[in-house]
Write a protein that binds this ligand. Sequence first.
Ligand code: UD1
Ligand code: MN
Length: 444
Amino acid sequence: MRVNIKKLLIIGIGLVLIWFIVSYSSVIELSKSIPNDHNLLEIENRIEHLEKRIEGRLSESNSLLEKVKKHLKRTEENYHGDAKDSGYDRNFMPNTANVVLPVLLIACDRVTVRRCLDNLVKFRPDKNTFPIIVSQDCGHNATYQVIKSFTDTDPSITVVQQPDTSEIPLPRAKVKFRGYYKIARHYKFALNHVFNTLGHEAVIIVEDDLDISQDFFEYFRGTYSLLLKDSSLWCISAWNDNGKKEVIDMSRPELLHRTDFFPGLGWTLRRDTWLELEPRWPEAFFDDWLRNPENTHGRACIRPEISRTFTFGKIGVSKGLFYDMHLRAMQLNVDYVEFTKMNLTYLLKENYDESLTSTVYALPEWTADEVVSLPVGGDPPAVRVSYSNAKTYQKAAKKLGLMDDFRSGVPRTAYRGVVSCFVRGRRVWVAPRDPWRGYDPSWG
Ligand code: UD1
Ligand code: MN
């Protein structure tokens, strides 16, 4: 017992000694680090000053964070077209509940028109809203029989023959483009039939080698109000020219864009616009003609992030090479989006243009090389890739996996010079370095 007390005493004294040394050494340290002419009061003052500065910085970064959050929320609302919390008044957009939107199917000599008709019938929500008018060129009997098998059993499907199947006289150099002359002639007849003979107000145009998504009709019915409301639009298209899965956001089937580049391949046209185009309608290459801003008075089209059509026509008027290089890989949308229930006012020019510029030019600038080499996804969720001439545009487009061609100086899918795509998990805006001043027809 006595030994234990002794031991405890020694341990206790040891501990006190250690405590004493430790405390003393910290005092020595402190006194070393403080210059001699500083007293405690000064230290307190400095600490207080530091505290204030930290507080200031904190509130600064908090308000910045709030601003970023607000901006993000606004952009999200715009993109989602969310009607619930943005105070959207449905009466603001024209009522299209009773509209009739016929489908004009352009056919010639391919019996596979059956595949297209099968899908139109399968996904058509109602016959009264979407009567189907097949216009057949080429006088090909086997194809006519296929079409007839549909019209015989369903009065909402009708067929008309293009009456003038004569050869179009062409100079030797243009003979190889004969097909394009026939297509333009057929379109002119078919559209006059729909608007003048049948007196429709608008039409959805499809070609005989197109598959459609299940929400194809819902897409055109939902977006039709935009065409009525916004005089700076002349068409709605189901097609994204940069619609490969590597360059689109597969999680955003509801996302739509404006474009200055006529996409074709499933599109809506209004009677007023046809009456304006018809007297000037070209003899050939009507689609490229519609891509010249002069012919459409600089108006734009709506296009989806994910295409609502897919072309299976490898063999046709143009060469199959383009099909194998691009068209085969295009993604057809698989989700059903209820466009008729969505607020699409973010696509109106008065909302879209301002929001586009402020969004795009506030983003960090990356090179196309960085986009394809830095880690997938994460921060930042969106970047801007700049270009300053046709060459730098094409270089960036190639690197990102986009189409790099121009028509009348307009890059595919461009809107006011800006091309939007989605690469390796982030939104990428390919945008002019200097403020956009219109397209340059010498590009391309
Ligand atoms: C390409 C375009 C097509 C456009 C055409 C006109 C793609 C994938 N396709 O045609 O959208 O309309 O250029 O510049 O970009 N047809 C006739 N008469 C004819 C030959 C064809 O009416 O003598 C019809 C076909 O039935 C079809 C359409 O014209 O509906 C296009 O013909 P197609 O053979 O598919 O040509 P593409 O090379 O795809
Ligand atoms: Mn085709």
